[in-house]
Design a protein around this ligand. Structure first.
Ligand code: PEP
Ligand code: MN
Length: 266
């Protein structure tokens, strides 16, 4: 089955600073200083094309840090003004979309806990109608390719053509070295259905473990995925969310430098 998506190439909406395309930044914006300082270090690496940070955090269980909220939009504006890095955040409802667009966020993404819910995805899609902003759609938490495809279709049918998928792995109750199982076959299958759709790999949420990020990132590049989204924090040991999987900007450079880029076929 070939999907009927109307897609613009990744190069039309994100400037690749260096190969591979890399979106990086903290799991959560925690304080203005943490976000801005991390952004400066990431920009200095010369390897990062966009700054990610969650300001509204969908937590599986209540009682944990649920994101700094709208104030984070101002911090992102400052980080962008000072570093030149385009910004990317997760949106989970129409209000998030409106606030993000109003604040000039450059790239939006739909999180794994939203992709599972067609009502939520449709609400986000409706809020995006008539807007020209790039949107990335994470796979749903559960290994259901149709939900992932359906979310991409809903966003695309709302007129978003700067579209990408993010492969962040799938929940499983099997014992595993990974926080989320990569289930590569599902990402490969998406690529077969929609060859023109860029797929960005998120080794941070797949592994849940900074020591395994390079391994998964390499595999993603070997499978011809178009980019990586990696969580990076100025001091991961004190991160408020996802501390075990975040890396310092300098560790991020080490990971990237150790990747082998695929040579073009002759
Ligand atoms: C995130 O990117 O920090 C996040 C919450 O990811 P996911 O939706 O993949 O769990
Ligand atoms: Mn995270």
């Amino acid at each position: 089955m070939k999907l009927d998506l109307n897609i613009q190439p990744l190069s039309s909406w994100i400037k690749t600073s260096s190969e591979p395309l890399l979106i990086a930044g903290p799991c959560s914006a925690e304080t203005e200083d943490q976000l801005v300082a991390t952004a400066h270090l990431l920009a200095k690496t010369g390897k990062v094309s966009a700054l990610r940070a969650g300001i509204w955090k969908p937590r599986t269980r209540p009682g944990e840090f649920e994101g700094i909220g709208s104030i984070g939009l101002k911090w992102l504006q400052r980080a962008k003004a000072e570093t030149g890095l385009p910004t990317a955040i997760e949106v989970a409802n129409a209000k998030h979309v409106e606030e993000a667009l109003e604040a000039g966020v450059d790239i939006l993404w739909v999180g794994a806990r939203s992709t599972v819910n067609p009502f939520t995805v449709q609400e986000i899609a409706d809020a995006l109608r008539g807007v020209d902003v790039p949107v990335m759609v994470k796979n749903p938490v559960n290994p259901d390719l149709s939900l992932w495809i359906g979310a991409l279709e809903r966003i695309n049918q709302a007129g978003i053509t700067k579209l990408a998928a993010i492969h962040r792995g799938f929940s499983s109750h099997e014992k595993s070295a990974f926080r989320n199982e990569p289930m590569w076959d599902l990402a490969i299958s998406l690529k077969t259905h929609a060859p023109e759709l860029p797929i960005i790999n998120d080794p941070s949420h797949i592994t849940g473990n900074r020591d395994l990020i390079g391994y998964i990132a390499q595999k993603a590049l070997d499978l011809d995925m178009q980019g990586l989204m990696i969580e990076s924090h100025i001091d991961p040991t004190v991160a408020w969310t996802d501390a075990k999987q975040q890396v310092t900007p300098s560790a991020l450079v080490d990971i990237i430098m150790n990747l082998t880029l695929r040579k073009p076929e002759i």
